[in-house]
Design a protein around this ligand. Sequence first.
Ligand code: GDP
Length: 393
Amino acid sequence: MKLAMIGFGQAGGKVVDRFLDFDDRTNSGIVRAAIAVNSAKADLIGLENIPQENRVLIGQARVKGHGVGADNELGAEIAEEDIDEVQNAVDAIPTHEVDAFLVVSGMGGGTGSGGAPVLAKHLKRIYTIPVYGLGILPGTDEGGIYTLNAARSFQTFVREVDNLLVFDNDSWRQTGESVEGGYDQINEEIVRRFGILFGAGEVGEGQEVAESVVDSSEIINTLSGGGVSTVGYASEDVELNTSGGLLSRFTGGGAGADDGLDAANTTNRITSLVRKAALGRLTLPCEIEGAERALLVLSGPSEYLNRKGIERGRKWLEEETGSMEVRGGDYPQNVPEVSAAILLSGVTNVPRIKRLQQVAIEAQDNMEDIESQSKENLETLVEDDEDELEPLF
Ligand code: GDP
């Protein structure tokens, strides 16, 4: 499906920048337009692929290009004040060629955390195409203020978008590595998962047409109904058929030979990938039971995909989630791996969010306590005990 991506804040901009790179590398054709919005000039300059004219600096009058310093209320305020500048950039997009907006942002900071929900609300008011959010949760080691920002942004962002796809930095940190150091790798994981998902149904030049295609309406229908979504992914290396059909004859011919022994291998590989994807690390860890809707996308060389495998995978997902709305299809790609990407939409059993909210409330209480005692504490420090000293004036 074709998306207009808007990265809000530093993380948002970097991830959209990376999506452009992914699009280039894989010829997936999902990014119809890419815009970055920020209140920090340096972050906009640091981007590599987003065209200069699509980099929008907001809040200049208030913060002079220096960012909002993790103050997401200020982030929301300046987004509202300067929404016309963002709209000018959106105006240049051929929106009639776009299936949906995707507003991407880190929820723990200031500019994106506050601004992304404001932009989503604005876009929904003006356009009829869906507005999705891709919200990134901060690592738990980032501290109270980031957690509080994320908890408040999450509540607002979910309310303002047609669906909020969530990625949790915390569960993607490599052991022994700070989140900061691992962003490059994390961002690659983000674009791979969401790229394969949104890329399904976009047939580029020279790509094969899928046997049971996933088209953008299936992605839209899976996301419709709102709420929160997570994505699972698993892949396995396979040999690429480079000798013009030799391998497909060797393996029994792929989709057309469903009853052969190798077709059984193909089916088994697919069903095991589906299990791994759903039960492995999700972009937002949660219980998959109770997910309202799901979409399974199998991608890889067409000789390694078959209808039976997808059907089995779909059935299994129905049983595991208890949902009757499980869609599935394939996305043939000339790459040496078979992969399963699973979109689970309308998830509600998410302990990670409940923990985030708890820590956020503690942080909020703590900040209020400190603030209420601050004046008194400063007075105790500045005034001498016996009140013998006088200020100058
Ligand atoms: P903003 O510019 O004020 O919106 O704030 P940032 O985007 O810099 O930071 C918000 C949060 O996003 C941080 O707390 C991090 O959790 C996360 N973050 C920052 N940069 C990246 C990045 O490149 N990738 C990912 N996945 N997360 C990031």
